[in-house]
Write a protein that binds this ligand. Structure first.
Ligand code: GRF
Length: 222
């Protein structure tokens, strides 16, 4: 990591436990990620993620969505907070709201999301259960830029995990979450280092090392 470069200012939007927020904090603490979390915003006053932010003295704010009848109105409030903090990248980490096109246009290709499936398979909610019910042999997680669709934006990084026979939703979710904690800080690091260029649907990563592995599940035994 270059020592002289100014840290990337990020704002993290959360709704729940905040284990991805924790993974990002850990990477910053380890100096693996040159970023500064300027603010954590939650729509849920009971989100444990807010406790995590407090523990590290990270500025945090609860903006309850129940108080706003229009999506646009809510999004204007949080956009103002993010802009006031000079946020360069908005990181959605388990934020359970769909953002308005107006919000997205204020941060073009400057919003990232993590989704617990290999997009474009299984967009939306409860996707670990959907993957099990469908019978896929692999699932995983995806970090992507956010566009005006739901889980449709350009893909930055993905990790694949096997789906085992008899997996419960909890078991698969845990296996996926472990990989989320690895790929989200990495995606932010690539952005912070200026290595991501969006070209149509594709994200071009400069100086990218190609992976050689081929995965088969269940393994071939002949
Ligand atoms: C993760 O599975 C993420 O992919 C999804 O919501 C969950 C958030 O977990 N969008 P956490 O709050 O980061 O622990």
């Amino acid at each position: 990591m270059s020592k002289n470069k100014k840290p990337l200012n990020i704002g993290v939007l959360v709704s729940g436990n905040g284990s991805n927020l924790q993974a990002i904090i850990n990477s910053i603490e380890k100096k693996a990620l040159n970023a500064s979390i300027r603010v954590v915003i939650s729509n849920n006053p009971n989100a444990y993620a807010i406790e995590r932010a407090k523990k590290y003295s990270i500025p945090n704010k609860v903006v309850e969505d129940g108080r706003y009848s229009e999506r646009k109105e809510y999004d204007t409030v949080i956009a103002e907070v993010l802009l006031k903090e000079d946020v360069e990248l908005v990181v959605l980490a388990g934020f359970m709201r769909v953002l308005s096109p107006e919000f997205i246009r204020r941060f073009p290709m400057r919003i990232m999301n993590i989704h617990p499936a290999i997009l474009p398979s299984f967009p939306g909610l409860h996707v670990q259960k959907k993957a099990i019910d469908y019978g896929v042999r692999f699932s995983g997680c995806t970090v992507h830029f956010v566009d005006e669709g739901v889980d449709t934006g350009p893909i930055i990084i993905q990790a694949v995990v096997p789906v085992h026979t008899n997996d419960t939703e909890e078991e698969l979710s845990k296996r996926i979450l472990e990989q989320e904690h690895r790929i989200y800080p990495e995606a932010i690091r690539l952005f912070a280092e200026g290595r991501l260029t969006v070209s149509g649907r594709r994200v071009i990563i400069s100086d990218c090392v190609n992976t050689r592995g081929v995965l088969v599940n269940p393994p071939i035994t002949i």
